[in-house]
Design a protein around this ligand. Sequence first.
Ligand code: UDP
Length: 484
Amino acid sequence: MQNTKPHACLLASPGIGHLIPVLELGKRLVTLHGFDVTLVVVAADPSTTKSQLLKQVSSPYPLNLVLLPYKDITGKLDPSSHMVTRLIVIMRESLPVLRSTIIAMKVRPTVLIVDLFGTEAFEMAREFGMLKYVFDTSNAWFLAATAYFPTIDKEAEHEHINKQEPLQIPGCKPLRFEDTLEAFLNPDDPLYVEYLRIGIQIPMADGIFANTWQDLEPKTLGAMRDRDLLGRIIKAPVYPIGPLVRQVEPPVHRSKILAWLDMQPSDSVIYVSFGSGGTLSTKQITELAWGLELSQQRFIWVVRPPMDHDVSGSFFTLGSRRDDDTPDYLPDGFVTRTQKVGLVVQMWAPQAEILGHSSVGGFLSHCGWNSTVESIVNGVPMIAWPLYAEQTMNAALLTEELDMALKLRALPTNGTLVGRMEIEKTVRKIMEEKEGMAMRARVKELKYSGEEALSKGGSSYNSLSKVAKDCEANLLQVLKAKAQ
Ligand code: UDP
């Protein structure tokens, strides 16, 4: 018998930051709208296995998971290429196997949903007669800049990039030069060319999802719908469907970290983490360690070995340790001196669980969008420490529009060192002072607005329901045409 449920194929590009929101979208399509979902994940490195992936995403989920094998792109790119360029080329090289995967599916999907790095698969969707959606796993303002940039004239580009003037995006917050996307800066860099292409392909979708919600970014979302503003360029409908974050299951065993948090007072711990790939220089790690220690606040710090010339270096070996278990890149005796108030976790921590714990009252973050949304849904104010990708834009949004994060005076993205005194002062401010308290109250309001958006009848719930109806109507048409 012919399947009457829409079958959606979701394509996630390498990296946990892409996988998590795509997976959550897939779950919602299955559980709320009765879709069949096949989640196709492109491997980030040769050692990725399906069971590893399932563990990472805390299976089981009611969807099919397909792992596309890692594509070795050595020789296809300059070894010094930007990590995002590498990611895009891996996606491009994976298209043939995506094609054969779709062809081999028992029930051919009628819907293709890709993240921003998968828009080249649209051609395949067209060929197979599938509806095609793009999922911006970040916020609407970033989407606005990405889709708008290819349409600006040479003069406006010159003003922004060479004269360092703000980029005026119709109806949106202007994008200051110091917050702009790295991809816009150098027309000779392949990253620039790839971003232009992505910006051009976004409006070709049948719809655009974003991990945001109406009350979080009303102005930008409004501009995208307005045909006199950004809607003229982004012709496709934009569907805010957030906040989508990894759902935390109640743990079977309380981990050491959660057990430690259980013993701390409410809202007393600052969580410090730079996402899945963020790294600091040796000097910067020293300053951060001293800043945390001097602040005398409770903390959990996810540390990684220093990288002096790469803020996004991802896969590392653990550094050697000193007698007191201080990794050798932290100041001598740091772990011993701070053991009553702090926890140093090497490489990776269960972030969603940590942010969801009532003892956590602040988050010093690289402002990756998943981390940001996880902070909002748990009502935790932030200190913005952006490192790469669209994180400087996110930081500007959080500190200036949403008023839920403190800014650092030094801009880490310029390679400027953030000094220990500034860190000490800012950490105290977010954890103890009036300004921090006001931000905590503000972020709680955002948390409630996010809950409302996702609840039945809320704006994000309705957005996804609208898409689900379109996909069902399209399937019926396909079935009718087949029957004739
Ligand atoms: N994450 C985690 N533990 C870590 C570091 C990161 O669980 O030690 C998760 C985090 O909760 C988030 C994702 O990895 O869901 C990182 O995504 P984000 O967009 O914040 O940053 P990216 O790593 O993509 O820069």
